[in-house]
Design a protein around this ligand. Structure first.
Ligand code: AMP
Length: 284
């Protein structure tokens, strides 16, 4: 497995591989890898002749400086894990290499960036789009793999690729969960033992919402779910029921054939997000 820190070296090595006609799969990450990331890598290895992964804690997508400062950095361990997956190339650049100049680019994702994560984390998706665009230019992958755990991010990337005519296939991958239902996340390791014990309640609440979809009015289901999480000690940023394509909040079940529940909630200082498709009455 090749490990590069420089953009130049990465480009050069990939150009050689590409000239041999190899298909390239790409998995962008911020490191502190877990099975959720490793599943994306394994899938890419199955579907492409070459798989590359980036590890870069992207400062410009953090709207909260404390979150950035506390984000885990575990490169040695990450490389060990990646070595076992069949990944061929790891690109782990410095902030200076990725951002030699101040970032001025401002994307407009319209209504998609004004709800949920976009509303609660100003600038977050612009930062995501800027780094992913740069990474796509470096890797020029045939396919790129993104987790449904970050469902709104997935929609932003799909929009970015369309907007910029980037010739890459975006492959959505299902959320990987711990045995008790907690969605795997690099931030989970910051939970105290007590918080960790409560955290799967997010999954329970989402499953309960799925059971109650169409049986309760939309506003009532949002209220019940929020109250349930608050009663367990969460500080809820949002619990939203949204159209699965546009991610715009719905007010009645009949508005759309596909609905997703999305939640962001704090346990102590750790902000967790998760989602679940409540129904999708069409081929996905
Ligand atoms: P991150 O390192 O958090 O930026 O995530 C890198 C990629 O892994 C993103 O496409 C995430 O959506 C994906 N990912 C993170 N956690 C999970 C999970 N539990 N299941 C599936 N994909 C995930």
């Amino acid at each position: 497995m090749e490990v590069y820190h420089s953009i130049q070296d990465t480009r050069q090595w990939l150009a050689g591989e590409r000239s041999m006609g190899k298909s390239i799969g790409f998995v962008p990450t911020m490191g502190a890898l877990h099975q959720g990331h490793l599943n994306l890598i394994s899938r890419s290895c199955r579907e492409n002749e070459l798989t590359g992964c980036s590890i870069f804690v992207n400062p410009i997508q953090f709207n909260n400086q404390e979150d950035l400062a506390k984000y885990p950095h575990t490169l040695e361990n990450d490389l060990q894990l990646l070595g076992k997956t069949g990944c061929h190339l790891v690109f782990a650049p410095s902030v200076e290499a990725m951002y030699p100049e101040p970032v001025t680019k401002k994307y407009d994702f319209g209504a998609l960036e004004r709800v949920m994560e976009g509303e609660h984390r100003p600038g977050h998706f612009n930062g995501v789009a800027v780094v992913v665009k740069k990474l796509f230019e470096i890797f020029q992958p045939d396919r790129a793999y993104f987790g449904e755990k970050d469902f709104q991010q997935l929609r932003i990337i799909q929009s970015l690729v369309k907007m910029e005519n980037i010739p890459v296939e975006i492959v959505p991958c299902p959320t990987v969960r711990e045995a008790d239902g907690l969605a795997m996340s690099s931030r989970n390791r910051r939970l105290s033992a007590d918080e960790r014990a409560v955290a799967p309640e997010i999954y329970q609440t989402l499953m309960c919402a799925r059971d109650l979809a169409k049986k309760k009015p939309v506003a009532e289901l949002k209220r019940i779910s929020t109250v349930r999480l608050e009663s367990k000690g969460f500080r809820v940023d949002y619990f939203e029921l949204a159209d699965i394509e546009s991610l715009q909040p719905i007010t009645a079940w009949e508005e759309t054939p596909g609905v997703i529940a999305c939640v962001a909630a704090f346990l102590g200082s750790v902000r967790l997000i998760d989602n679940m498709i409540l129904f999708a009455n069409f081929e996905r």
